[in-house]
Write a protein that binds this ligand. Structure first.
Ligand code: SAM
Length: 326
């Protein structure tokens, strides 16, 4: 089975948010006071998340990324991941985390069948890290990365949201990290999710990031693997790790978009920036999983051709990534 949308794109990647809660308050993701939390009855049960995943996989999804909020703060997450990993037909189960709880949980995640970790890490300087995350402790994340490597995870993907005047002075430090460790460091252009009118000042275009690295290091292209997503990858000559740039803003990759998103409250979205999405709760309540499968295929068919965030005159409604699932 495969899921093909009206633009001929093959949709094989589900980003599944399991919670809107987070143990950090990253400045680019949510306001300092946090966002209004989903109540327990608004949040999907693990059972319902599994039903959605099973139908999505049966329809053609091959890769699931579990995200949030911070997925590791939800009680019972390791057992849920083990059940998800066991879905017949699922080829890849990966997890995005801020790494704060990784040191304690890495072993369990590996045993559950999570194949790879993406860890958000926006600064290598303790003070900048604490400022961006509003209190996060860098060393805990670094210890988590080491522990996850020790228990056998393949080299981690490190996601860095680059913001001008905040952490763009560390682009070369992150590049240098790939000379020491086999990490795949991916620089992400800051996106205007907070409705910030000045977002263009914060976004550092991917081309500039690459140029700043190329001025110092000899870089060579590396090829994207089939499910590696929108990251344009390259590496410093001789480095064990690799670099990538995700140009969410300056070079949107909608043409190759293979994603479907489901939020922690059961709203399915074909595009991160598409407004309301489709609430799957009423279909879940019918108990009819065939209908659920049909609804998933309908949402894929209605996936927009591209987002319009960067178009002149288009204003994005603010939203917290923690709610939608980054
Ligand atoms: N808590 C997990 C974490 O920290 O990775 C998963 C959720 S987080 C919302 C997922 C990703 O969204 C992170 O890699 C974060 O960098 C990205 N993100 C959130 N807001 C963003 C923004 N305004 N621009 C670019 N990336 C953003």
């Amino acid at each position: 089975m495969s899921l093909i949308d009206t633009y001929g794109r093959r949709i094989n990647y589900l980003r599944l948010s399991v919670t809107d809660r987070c143990n950090m308050r990253c400045s680019y993701c949510m306001p300092e006071e946090g966002v209004e939390k989903l109540s327990h009855c608004e949040m999907l049960s693990y059972e319902d998340l599994l039903r959605i995943s099973a139908e999505a996989v049966a329809a053609g999804i091959e890769k699931i990324r579990v995200t949030g909020g911070e997925p590791l703060v939800r009680k019972g997450i390791v057992e849920f991941l083990a059940r998800l990993a066991a879905l017949p037909g699922l080829k890849e189960l990966v997890l995005t985390t801020n790494g704060l709880l990784l040191k304690e949980m890495a072993q369990g995640l590996k045993e559950a069948g999570v194949q790879r970790l993406n860890v958000s890490l926006d600064s290598l300087k303790p003070e900048t890290f604490a400022a961006i995350t509003r209190g996060g402790e860098l060393q805990r994340v670094l210890d988590g990365l080491d522990e996850a490597e020790r228990v056998g995870f393949p080299p981690h993907k490190i996601n860095v949201v680059v913001m001008r005047g905040v952490n763009d002075d560390e682009i070369l430090d992150f590049a240098a990290l790939t000379l020491k460790r086999p990490y795949a460091v991916r620089f992400i252009e800051y996106m205007p999710t907070s409705g910030d009118a000045d977002w263009r000042d914060l976004t550092v275009p991917g081309a500039e990031i690459r140029e700043r690295i190329a001025r110092v290091y000899t870089i060579e292209e590396s090829t994207n693997s089939e499910r590696s997503g929108p990251s344009k990858n390259f590496q410093i000559q001789g480095a064990p790790g690799s670099l990538g740039i995700i140009t969410a803003m300056t070079g949107h990759f909608c043409d190759g978009c293979n994603r479907l998103r489901v939020t922690a409250s059961g709203v399915a979205k074909g595009c991160l920036f598409s407004g309301a999405g489709v609430d799957l709760k009423p279909v879940l309540a019918t108990g009819d999983d065939e209908l659920l499968g049909k609804e998933i295929r309908r949402i894929v068919a209605a996936k927009p051709g591209r987002h319009e965030v960067t178009d002149e005159g288009v204003e994005t409604k603010p939203f917290a990534m923690s709610r939608v699932g980054g």
